[in-house]
Design a protein around this ligand. Sequence first.
Ligand SMILES: C[S@@+](CC[C@H](N)C(=O)[O-])C[C@H]1O[C@@H](n2cnc3c(N)ncnc32)[C@H](O)[C@@H]1O
Length: 241
Amino acid sequence: MLKTIRNLFKSGHNQTISYKGLNLPNFRTNQQLSSNEDYLNSGIEQVDFLKEKGLLTNSSKILDFGCGQGRLANTLEYTNTPFSSYTGIDTDKKSIDWCNKNLRYKDAYNFIHLSAHNARYNKRAEGLQELPFDKDSFDLIFLNSVFSHMLTNDIQFYLNQFNRVLHKNGAVYLTAFVENDVPDVEENPQNYIAESTGALHRVRYEKNFFISLMENANFRLHGFYHQQIDRTKQSVVILKK
Ligand SMILES: C[S@@+](CC[C@H](N)C(=O)[O-])C[C@H]1O[C@@H](n2cnc3c(N)ncnc32)[C@H](O)[C@@H]1O
């Protein structure tokens, strides 16, 4: 009986839904995106924003760090957005296996599993690993809801990696929980947005402290949009070198 339930869960994780010519994951790691329409619209809002700000062009080499189940890749495909290359990387092997099976719509899409420790998403991995890319490999590094599940040391590590692999004219787009008049960093703060469940559900940063982390990694703040992602109340931060 237990085995049957386990198998059902496993197959649910692997199942794919066909929607508007796309392959969407049946089991979703994103909260609040169980509706297919919301799933797609959440990506369209971000892609429109990137285009409007000139951060995503037909020559963009995109790194989708913490790509999960490739929500951004599906959006690029749906909106027929021109770009040069897309690389999704994630510590969750099941997500990357699913992406490789379902989202290689064209050769420009690549998905890489890199096992890195995260107390929420990959507890078993040991430590963090350098990104397997050469200097200046990307023009746009996109992180949706990834730094929102990381403590300071991990963020500092990845910012230094991003600085190495980002071209000098490139940009980082990230979302995070960033507020004024709060402690510098707090994991799962009480009375904030909604109840948190489990390790690193919501890691909230004080705005000046958060920006100082970016500046210490030789980035400059190019744009800050408080709680721009209405669904999660995460802020959007744009960084340039
Ligand atoms: C909330 S999900 C967001 C997924 C995706 N960015 C999206 O918008 O649909 C956070 C993702 O970050 C990934 N992640 C967390 N820590 C990571 C790390 N150190 N390296 C790579 N991926 C990581 C998780 O495995 C998970 O897929």
